[in-house]
Design a protein around this ligand. Structure first.
Ligand code: FHN
Length: 699
């Protein structure tokens, strides 16, 4: 639905925008095909910032943001231009290393936030042609990439700290914003996008970034997305062209935001999203741009496992290199690219063009898959942790095994077949005679038909803790019981134990809610014809004593509302407010932004009592942008700290009826703001905490 919505959106926008013709009829699947096949690309962050290499006036922790983080005025930063002369730059060497690593596309910074262009732009002289180097790096790299069969792609920053019309200025700058015209900047941005998409041959991806400031709007994003589609309908555009990216988690929020794929950054989504294209971008060390001091590189083994993890969840992996001012990849990066390439040469078929595996949560590794002719399926089992007993269980697989061997022996006549037999719900492979190939050994397991994975049953209850008794239900996803290639759904019985042991065919059957009065580990498994047919689901429920209230505080001592303190400061995480002096104190009716004094760089702390109407388990929901925490007494119940978009975190605590001291701490750095507290009392629906439930001391 989402992809068709975007295509519809683009066509409608084109017509509405008066474009001569709607985007040529290029289906989204056709556009994405090469990218989904590629799975693995090289990210390159290169520019003037490579010259200081992370150091400025003794501080050595800077990266590609050095102009901002070291507060270097534009006129001073521009002078790096005179020193940009990467005499060792060799486009063929770079493209060769990417190809050797098994990468299929290169995304390079045509312009980063500092505004300097690594290409010969007709629309600015703040580009590589005004340096001693005087060569169009993008043109050379594009040609070299194509010679290696790689796609060339541009990272282009919307945010621009150099262009006089870009707003806002950095808050430390003295450069006047007078006369700045953001629409004129947008026209300049579109001019450069046009030249990037028309002067360098076919471009694989426009990788936009720097979309988060308020001056860039959803309408601007749609307009830029439409421009890309009109100029180069085959070119893929990431979701940072628009405003729909959900923070560093990177996936696109619902609501018609433009972009062909999500862009998680420095993280891998815990699970993939079926039908959604996404790409995790990641550094090898801790900086995107070159930092000479940063030798904290991830090992090649870790990078290979991350590649496998990403692809096993249905994503692409964009791995970054920050070249030096001389134009070379750091030796640590070269070493890792070569090690990854050695693994890819043996195991690339388990990565290229594969899809998210059907088996999630494998304790020993990951799984990718690719369909075989004739309707069967090849599962690629990526073994991180080789079983000491030589026994590898693939849980929940109901398919019939057809062939199993090491991927590296798959096409060898003398391939040693690996035994695969059913044991309960699992296919168990016998690996005693097989030598692992660290860091990730890949086993090719062909099964009949499309994958049929029986998930563990789902155990549901109000919470994992309870005060008196708890009703627990168990069910299995009925769709999963139907063979994917047709036929009747398997008839199963759920059986359970309450002592932590695996259910067996004589264990009691689940025939409705299971009621618990004591702390219990409930285990549930599906059986078909008295044989185990699913993995075991296990969940522990703990009986707890409600936290006693602070006694019978008389009404005279308390009145509705909370006491608050308002602070000002610049934090990345919640500060210790006890160590700070508040700008102001006062009373508030609720946990909200009402007491704030300015839109950014401020903190709030609310303290008072929460009135629990009855004994039971309470869920407390704290929503904030940026960070926040909620304590009941000295117990941290909700931790929602950090720099992030509006997110709600929930905590659970058992409370006796009565008054309980609470503290809510919050800070906002820049951008969007949000703060709210809700609760779900026992047996009640979720709702904002009512003022009547919040009290503060009269003194
Ligand atoms: O601010 C940039 C950062 O410098 C880098 O380019 C990363 C890579 O995706 N993107 C932004 C931070 O999210």
């Amino acid at each position: 639905m989402f992809k068709s919505l975007i295509v519809l959106l683009v066509v409608l926008c084109c017509v509405a925008g008066g474009a001569a013709q709607p985007a040529p009829d290029m289906t989204q699947d056709a556009r994405m095909a090469w990218w989904r096949e590629a799975r693995f690309g090289l990210f390159i962050h290169w520019g003037l910032y490579a010259i200081p290499a992370g150091e400025w006036k003794g501080a050595t922790g800077h990266g590609e943001w050095i102009m901002h983080t070291a507060q270097i005025p534009v006129e001073e930063y521009e002078r790096f231009r005179e020193r940009f002369n990467p005499v060792r730059f060799d486009a063929d060497a770079w493209a060769g290393l990417a190809a050797e690593a098994g990468m299929k596309y290169i995304v390079i910074t045509s312009k980063h936030h500092d505004g300097f262009c690594l290409f010969d732009s007709k629309f600015t002289d703040y580009d590589v042609m005004s340096t001693p180097f005087k060569r169009d790096i993008m043109k050379e790299l594009a040609a070299a990439a194509r010679r290696r069969g790689l796609r060339i792609c541009w990272y282009h920053s919307i945010m621009d700290w150099h262009h006089p019309d870009y707003l806002p200025r950095r808050d430390w700058e003295r450069r006047s914003a007078a006369g700045a015209d953001f629409d004129r900047y947008r026209a300049h941005l579109k001019d450069q996008v046009r030249e990037l998409l028309t002067s360098y041959g076919p471009i694989g991806v426009m990788w936009f970034d720097g979309e988060w400031e308020d001056t860039w709007t959803h309408e601007h994003g749609l307009d830029l997305f439409r421009l890309c589609r009109e100029i180069a309908p085959n070119t893929i555009v990431n979701n940072r062209v628009d405003k729909g990216r959900a923070g560093m988690a990177g996936l696109t929020l619902a609501g018609g935001f433009a972009g062909d794929f999500g862009t998680p950054e420095q993280e891998v989504p815990p699970t993939g999203l079926p039908g959604v294209d996404w790409e995790t971008c990641m550094t090898m060390n801790n900086h995107w741009g070159y930092n000479a001091r940063d030798l904290d590189y991830k090992s090649a083994d870790e990078l290979i496992r991350t590649l496998v993890d990403v692809v096993s969840k249905g994503g692409n992996f964009l791995l970054n290199v920050g070249p030096t001012a001389a134009g070379e990849f750091p030796p640590e990066s070269v070493e890792r690219l070569r090690a990854i390439g050695a693994w890819m040469r043996l195991n690339g078929p388990s990565i290229y063009g594969t899809h998210a595996g059907p088996c999630a949560g494998l304790p020993w590794g990951r799984c990718t898959q690719r369909p075989l002719d004739g309707g069967d399926t090849r599962l690629f089992l990526h073994v991180f942790d080789w079983p000491a007993d030589g026994r590898l269980a693939v849980p929940g697989i109901a398919n019939t095994p057809l062939h199993c061997s090491l991927l590296t022996e798959l096409d060898q006549p003398a391939a040693r077949l690996i035994g695969a037999r059913r044991d309960g719900d699992a296919l168990v492979l016998t690996l005693r005679d097989v030598e692992p190939l660290p860091p990730v050994t890949v086993i090719a397991l062909d099964v009949r038909g499309r994958p049929w994975v029986i998930p563990a049953p789902i155990i549901s209850a109000a919470d994992d803790v309870f005060v008196d008794d708890l009703a627990v239900t168990a069910r299995i996803d009925g769709h999963a019981l139907k063979p994917p290639d047709g036929g009747d759904a398997a008839s199963v019985t759920l059986r359970y134990t309450t002592d932590g042991s695996d259910p067996v065919r004589d264990s009691p059957a689940v025939s409705g809610p299971v009621r618990l009065q004591h702390t219990t580990t409930l285990s549930v498994r599906a059986f078909r014809d008295d044989a185990p047919f699913s993995p075991v689901a296990r969940r522990t429920f703990t009986r707890v004593t409600p936290r006693p209230g602070i006694g019978d505080a008389s009404a005279a001592a308390w009145e509705p509302g909370l006491a608050y303190e308002y602070y000002e400061g610049d934090w990345q995480r919640l500060p210790d407010f006890d160590a700070l002096s508040p700008v102001r104190r006062g009373h508030a009716d609720a946990v909200s932004l009402a007491p704030r004094g300015r839109p950014e760089r401020f903190g709030l702390r609310f303290r008072g009592l929460l009135r629990a109407p009855k004994d039971g388990v309470y869920r407390l929901h704290l929503r904030s942008d940026d960070g926040s925490r909620l304590y009941v007494g000295d117990e941290l119940v909700v931790d929602n700290d950090g720099l992030h978009v509006a997110e709600e975190r929930t905590g659970v605590i058992a409370l006796a009826a009565g008054l309980h001291p609470i503290t809510v701490s919050y800070f906002q750095r820049t951008g969007e703001v949000d703060l709210g507290l809700a609760w779900t009392p026992p047996g009640e629906p979720k709702a904002p905490v009512p003022p009547a439930a919040l009290l503060r001391s009269r003194e």
